[in-house]
Design a protein around this ligand. Structure first.
Ligand SMILES: [Zn+2]
Length: 262
């Protein structure tokens, strides 16, 4: 292991244990959640259709500033997609307004952008979401401490299973990228999740035949959803899972972020 990756691993471990807000999973597992970041149109039009076929729903973390734009992941969501998403019973959750990194932005700027994104999502879909995912998975000790207390949950991209005590300030999540050759790795996680009766969160971006390097094919998503269902996992959104384990949304208090330098 290189020095750089060793330092990265140590930082990840420290961040995982610092400023935690733990909630016991008790006997609620095994649960699997499918999340889509940024919300490319294909994540709903193709990915959402796959989930619907299995009568399950997903969580879409989006930054409203990305609306009507496009990226390597293809066209990102439009306002009409938000309406469709809500009608279909999926969850819209926040991802800052401008899709900015907590590591590259001053703390006060990041917190204000997070609040702006959350407020805009409330205007778009009519409910306040306390669930958030860090853009790029970038999290700092400072933001984990300060932002965590304002949210119901915050998701990162540190891999692994959640439980038996879930850290609401930094939910673990595992990438679901590529094509069917990635199925064995995903099935291994599903198997571990089953044995440990924990909560497995997957994340991806676009869902299309030729996905970006941060997306997956419809075939991979379908196969993983099918596997999770066949193994008897409950497929729930983030919010459904939190309600299931007794984390009330009312816990959330939104205080104005202070504009102070990091
Ligand atoms: Zn993102």
């Amino acid at each position: 292991m290189s020095l750089r990756s060793s330092i990265g691993a140590i930082r990840r471990d420290l961040l995982s244990s610092a400023h935690s807000r733990l909630a016991p999973l008790n006997d609620s597992g095994p649960i699997v959640t499918f999340t889509f970041d940024d919300f490319p149109r294909s994540a709903l039009l193709t990915g959402g259709a796959i989930l619907e076929r299995w009568n399950v729903r997903g969580t879409y973390y989006t930054a409203p500033g990305l609306m009507n734009t496009s990226s390597d992941a293809g066209d990102l969501f439009r306002q009409s997609d938000v309406e469709t998403l809500c009608e279909q019973g999926h969850e819209l959750a926040s991802h800052t307004f401008s899709h900015i990194s907590a590591r590259k932005t001053e703390g006060g700027v990041f917190e204000n952008d997070l609040l702006k994104g959350r407020n805009t999502i409330e205007q778009l879909c009519g409910y306040d979401t306390g669930n958030f995912a860090y853009p790029f998975g970038d999290v700092t000790f400072r933001t984990k401490k300060r932002v965590g207390s304002q949210l119901t949950s915050a998701r990162g991209i540190f891999p692994g299973l959640n439980g038996p005590n879930v850290d609401l300030n930094l939910l673990r999540a595992n990438s679901l990228y590529g094509d069917l050759d990635q199925l064995p790795a995903a099935e291994k996680m599903i198997q571990q999740n089953l044995e440990q009766k924990t909560w497995l969160i997957f994340y991806t971006h676009d869902v299309q035949a030729k996905p970006s390097s941060f997306g997956c094919t419809p075939e991979l998503l379908e196969a993983v959803v099918s596997s999770a269902v066949r193994h008897g996992c409950r497929i729930l959104t983030v919010q459904e899972t939190l309600e299931c384990i007794g984390v009330s949304k009312g816990h959330t208090s939104r205080r104005a972020a202070r504009s102070v330098p990091a």
